[in-house]
Design a binder for this molecule. Structure first.
Ligand code: SF4
Length: 346
């Protein structure tokens, strides 16, 4: 598989300002030294509880937020040539000059707030095209209609405002705007969670079809595990600013090894309630990202924590010799047995 991104030691900290002078009084460690590879053409699901750093990671990759430290190596193609560049600290003007800015897009959770209510649909979709391509008015309108058709809308929608559409249609408009520049990569930030259940499946199917047709790469941020199972090729699990497990989607559902992943997946409703394994209920709340626990950040809530877990941070290492399945846990090799003994067969 061809890599599209390599994140190395990526950090995003936010200062908390206080006092009359609004000076930094503390720091939120939203994303804290993560390593992650994203492959061209895949959908990588990024899951975890609210506030664990999923959206911040996505925004840092596409430079909507500037990373605090670390590298974002982007393998991009231009004029038939492939190049690997670190975009973590690249000035926006340089990203635009190299044609990188237009390759990185985002679809936000709530289309009601992400679309300007004063703009016609025609202009919402045309805006990013105007920034990066030279077209006359006729060509531009033709391209906008083509994009509307691609997301299941028509030219009859051109001269309407966002409030005239349903939630699902508004998200289609947001998707049309995101694909307007023919991007490589789109961060999908919970794109179905603000929608009615009845239209969630339609939007998911649209995103899946577009990904294959346009050879897009997605980072799909969600806390909805059935959604991620449906759409993702691989899954990365985040906890308190750290990646704790990554693997192919089917493998993580069958052989998850990190106790946090075990707890997350045990919460999925099962059709066969009688034979569903016992749910793993975690005790305590997620600690504050201002002052995260030492060693393994999960140790205050982990039923299997040892002394070493408080002292040493576990690294992401291959699980059972599988280089595509990485787990950050000191006890990863005995975890299946430990979970089986405590909670029964999974
Ligand atoms: Fe639990 Fe220790 Fe593994 Fe962390 S490293 S998940 S505390 S067993």
């Amino acid at each position: 598989m061809e890599k599209l991104f390599e994140l190395r030691n990526l950090k995003k900290y936010y200062p908390i300002l206080g006092g009359v002078m609004r000076r930094p009084v503390n720091t939120v460690k939203a994303v804290d030294k993560i390593d992650l590879d994203i492959y061209r053409g895949e959908c990588l699901g990024l899951v975890g509880e609210s506030g664990c750093g999923k959206t911040t990671t996505g925004k840092a990759i596409i430079r909507l937020h500037d990373p605090t430290e670390g590298n974002i190596f982007y393998h991009y193609r231009q004029d038939g040539k492939a190049e690997r560049v670190d975009i973590a600290s690249m000035p926006p003007s340089e990203m635009k000059r190299r044609g990188i800015r237009k390759e990185l897009q985002m679809v936000f959770q709530d289309p009601t707030s992400s679309l300007d209510p004063r703009m016609l649909v025609k202009n919402i979709i045309a805006e990013p095209i105007r920034l990066y391509q030279q077209m006359n008015a006729r060509e531009l309108e033709h391209r906008v209609i083509e994009l509307l058709n691609t997301v299941g809308l028509t030219k009859d929608h051109l001269l309407r405002y966002p409030h005239e559409f349903s939630g699902g249609q508004r998200q289609r408009i947001a998707v049309a705007r995101a694909i307007a520049t023919d991007p490589d990569f789109i961060v999908m930030d919970e794109p179905t969670s603000a929608l009615d259940v009845s239209v969630q499946a339609q939007i998911l199917n649209l995103l899946k079809t577009l990904q294959e047709r346009l050879n897009l790469t997605y980072l799909f941020v969600t806390h909805h595990l059935l959604v991620v199972k449906y759409i993702s090729h691989r899954i990365a699990v985040m906890y308190l600013g750290k990646i704790v497990e990554t693997a192919k989607s089917d493998r993580i559902f069958r052989y998850r090894a990190h106790p946090y992943t075990q707890a997350l997946l045990s919460a999925i409703p099962a059709p066969d309630v009688e034979h569903k394994p016992e749910r793993i209920v975690l005790t305590g709340d997620v600690p504050s990202p201002i002052n995260p626990p030492s060693g393994c950040r999960f140790h205050p809530r982990c039923p299997f924590a040892l002394e070493i877990c408080q002292q040493q941070e576990p690294q992401l290492l291959a699980f059972s010799g599988d280089q595509d399945h990485l787990v950050a846990c000191h006890r990863q090799n005995e975890m299946h047995q430990l979970v089986h003994d405590k909670y029964g067969k999974r």
